[in-house]
Design a protein around this ligand. Structure first.
Ligand code: SF4
Ligand code: SF4
Length: 381
């Protein structure tokens, strides 16, 4: 079976231009009628990490939301929108991100994900007991609307990672705690969540993306692209091609490939990858520890390999969000500001993800830096 992925150029967040390019991106993969039927309840799942203005590129842009609501409506679908933000609630985050205003104007309800249920079909490989929000199972169609961003733990957050927001609030932190020590395990969890949700359509907002210290405090970067596909695993692979990294370097891809997923034929439609490649896209300082080294080497070099979060006290505004989200309570305040208890820290990097000031960065262990340099030199990254 061949799965198409469309790549369409879109220069800016002008509502008319975005609508036209969204239509094109969906038409190229079969048209909205292949995904939405008259009377379908259509859940839109944007990236609502936390409440920032659209130009910060933390959340899916309101122009994308507006365009998708319109297209769904034109085909007789009944759209509603929901997410479980990293901090705060979806209505509050949607307000700050400019999405609520658009949704209200178009009569599209914004709901909270606060009804955890076990999926009726446990399709994951290992993580079969993750509770997903009930709204997912009440919808006839799910349209996944990720933002193209870097992610200090997972390298990039795209179509598959965006679905982690379907796990309601506090439970996300718990699953971070369970799976966050090993990135491969975390990636497996993300793939399992994807298998339980399987959105009908994924549209990636890559008009302005985020590079550097993502997903919350990186730098907005104009990329000028919208991608669409029925399969986010396939779409994520094409983004790897576009930024010039191997498909395997995205851990969710690697885990999926090992299970024989995402390996069906891919047909790129619209722009050709080689014509719209993103040059010099700044990836984050990776926090990965799994480099396929033998177990005894990993053990011996554990500390040298281990990355850790570090805080810049001059940037920190003592807002306490990192303290509140830290699953093992490894962050405490003292007279100098916040300090980490690295003995307790499980390296889930929720604190780096949530910090609105960009005060937390990831410091790599010395051996990890050496391995990374060598892999880059060998062209494996
Ligand atoms: S490090 Fe960031 S999230 Fe933590 S208290 Fe400081 S500003 Fe807030
Ligand atoms: S300090 Fe940060 S990385 Fe460490 S456990 Fe807490 S949230 Fe996770």
């Amino acid at each position: 079976m061949v799965t198409p992925v469309s790549i369409v150029k879109c220069r800016r967040y002008d509502d008319e231009e975005v609508l036209e390019k969204l239509r094109l991106s969906i038409d190229l993969i079969g048209g909205i009628g292949s995904f939405v039927k008259k009377g379908d309840r259509v859940l839109l799942k944007p990236n609502l990490l936390y409440g920032k203005a659209p130009e910060k590129a933390v959340t899916t842009h309101p122009s994308i939301i507006r365009g998708v609501i319109q297209i769904v409506r034109e085909n007789g679908g009944i759209p509603f929108l929901g997410d479980s933000p990293g901090i705060g609630n979806s209505v509050g985050v949607a307000e700050k991100a400019g999405i609520k205003r658009v949704a209200d104007a178009m009569d599209c309800p914004v709901i909270e994900f606060n009804r955890p249920v076990l999926p009726p079909e446990r399709k994951g490989r290992f993580f079969k007991n993750i509770e997903i929000d009930q709204a997912i199972f009440e919808a006839d169609v799910i349209i996944n609307l990720p933002k193209w961003k870097t992610h200090a733990q997972m390298l990039l957050t795209l179509g598959v990672k965006n679905l982690f927001g379907c796990v309601p609030g506090q439970r996300k932190a718990l699953w971070h705690l369970k799976a966050g020590e090993d990135h491969k395990i975390f990636a497996q969890m993300l793939v399992d969540i994807y298998l339980m949700i399987q959105p009908s359509l994924t549209i990636l907002d890559g008009i302005v993306g985020m590079e550097g210290n993502g997903p919350g405090s990186g730098d907005p970067v104009p990329l000028g692209l919208i991608l669409a596909s029925g399969n986010p695993l396939i779409l994520d692979q094409i983004v790897c091609d576009l930024v010039g990294i191997s498909r395997n370097s995205l851990m969710t891809n690697r885990v999926a490939f090992e299970q024989g997923l995402g390996r069906n034929g891919i047909e790129v439609v619209g722009e050709r990858v080689e014509d719209v490649k993103i040059r010099h896209f700044k990836l984050p300082n990776l926090t990965r520890v799994d480099w396929n080294l033998p177990g005894f080497v990993k053990k011996a070099f554990k500390n040298a390999l281990n990355s850790k979060p570090v805080i810049d006290q001059e940037i920190c505004k003592l807002c306490n969000q990192c303290v509140e989200i830290c699953p093992p309570e490894a962050l405490k305040g003292n007279e100098k500001g916040l300090v980490f208890d690295y003995g307790k820290c499980i390296r889930c990097f929720c604190c780096q993800e949530i910090c609105p000031e960009g005060a937390i960065t990831i410091q790599q262990g010395w051996a990890l830096k050496l391995v990374g340099r060598r892999q880059r030199a060998e062209g494996r990254m």
